[in-house]
Design a protein. Structure first.
Length: 399
């Protein structure tokens, strides 16, 4: 009853959220928009189902969730050359929410059980500091007035102040500062109005500093992890540049994840005639980024080609294994965990399972690897020794 009354009194808010459906390709923190695969649990949900274009399935610390991805405003005073929201772009319908209006709309949608979280970003419409205030005000209302305790991801604006970053990290589960380019020169070409070091990188460093200083016993505890995003391929950026910075951020500020967004040209922007970046390049960057984060790889080990990019036609881990392991296979019974994770088909869980299993007995055939949870042991066959010998290339029971 409560929600129905509010929906009837705020049709414009829902319509405005619908207009924001196209924030999704701009912000890659989620995956595909979710259109149909969640049951609409009530008439209220039917009434607002048209906001689904703003809802994406997003990876969160508690698994994938349907999340409302939206912006305080699509107006922006910056002129990033690739962005649909850049200042002065013709034909762009601008939408702006007041904090209480957006908070109320989110409350309706999450009470209707259409979403389990919110990702809140914004164009920079009133300078970075005031815009950040509006983002924080919106989430303060959602947390305090509506008592929402679920997933929140907040964007940190270029130029946000230290105390704003701290408050955002107390309210959110995740915060992001989008670096967009891997170096000052690349960012200057992508977004001439942003300063790589003082407006963006420094805020990323602050998030780590704030986490380190945080008192875990405080009622206002800091709980947010940090992520960033890069626009890939518009201005000559190389995979080596992108992954070198990613590695530094994993090591130095405990970055949770780097997102890579393959560039696609947008009409009425300075980059409208540039070519699309192949989606496969984005995929290879994610594969490599996970090797750096989860598999204890160093960036120098990745199979960069002349020019600093990865080959598109082969998985980077397999390319490395073809070069290094075909002649010198890894002995599964004696290798360390880091070495085991070099084997195609073996990840962190698989390496742990091998170490546990070999304490109890010998792993002498590919079927034993499958039995302990390695799903495609055939992928590993060319690169390992089992019982001191190369295993046959085909599992007997696969024939
Ligand atoms: S700051 Fe740049 S990337 Fe962000 S909304 Fe404005 S124009 Fe787009």
């Amino acid at each position: 009853m409560y929600v129905t009354m509010n929906i009837q009194h705020t049709p414009n808010t829902i319509e405005k959220l619908t207009l924001l459906g196209d924030v999704n390709p701009h912000e890659r923190v989620g995956d595909q928009p979710q259109h149909e695969n969640r049951a609409l649990s009530s008439r209220i949900a039917q009434d607002i189902k048209h906001v689904l274009s703003c809802i994406s399935m997003v990876s969160t610390p508690k698994g994938k969730k349907p999340v409302l991805k939206t912006m305080v405003t699509t107006a922006c005073e910056k002129g990033c050359n690739y962005c649909p929201f850049r200042a002065g772009r013709r034909g762009m319908h601008r939408v702006t929410f007041k904090p209480d209006e957006l908070a109320q709309a989110f409350d309706q949608i999450q009470r209707a059980r259409l979403v389990d979280g919110i990702f809140l970003s914004s164009g920079v419409a009133w300078g970075g500091v005031t815009t950040q205030d509006k983002i924080i005000d919106t989430i303060e209302i959602i947390r305090r007035k509506y008592g929402y305790t679920g997933y929140v991801h907040l964007k940190l604006m270029p130029g946000a102040e230290f105390e704003q970053v701290r408050r955002a990290m107390q309210l959110a589960d995740r915060v992001s500062v989008n670096l967009e380019g891997p170096t000052k020169e690349r960012l200057d070409a992508l977004a001439p109005g942003k300063d790589f070091s003082s407006e963006l990188l420094e805020r990323l460093l602050w998030t780590h500093q704030i986490r380190q200083q945080a008192d875990p016993g405080s009622p206002e505890r800091v709980r947010a992890g940090t992520v960033t995003q890069f626009v890939v391929g518009a201005v000559g950026d190389t995979d080596l540049e992108l992954l070198s910075l990613t590695e530094r951020l994993y090591q130095q500020i405990k970055l949770r994840r780097a997102y890579y967004s393959a560039f696609g040209p947008i009409e009425e922007t300075p980059f409208e005639n540039l070519p699309h970046t192949p989606p496969l390049r984005e995929f290879r960057l994610y594969q490599s980024s996970f090797l750096l984060r989860d598999y204890e790889w160093d960036v120098e080990e990745l199979p960069f080609q002349d020019g600093g990019n990865l080959p598109l036609d082969v998985d980077p881990k397999r390319a490395w294994a073809d070069e290094h392991l075909r002649e010198s296979p890894i002995d599964v019974m004696h290798a360390g965990r880091r070495e085991l994770m070099r084997i195609p088909g073996v990840g962190p869980k698989g390496a742990n399972a091998i170490i546990k299993a070999r304490r109890a007995g010998h792993l002498t055939e590919l079927g034993h690897l499958r039995a302990i949870g390695i799903r495609a042991p055939q992928q590993a066959a060319s690169y390992i020794l089992l019982d001191g010998r190369r295993p046959p290339q085909q599992l007997a029971f696969d024939i």
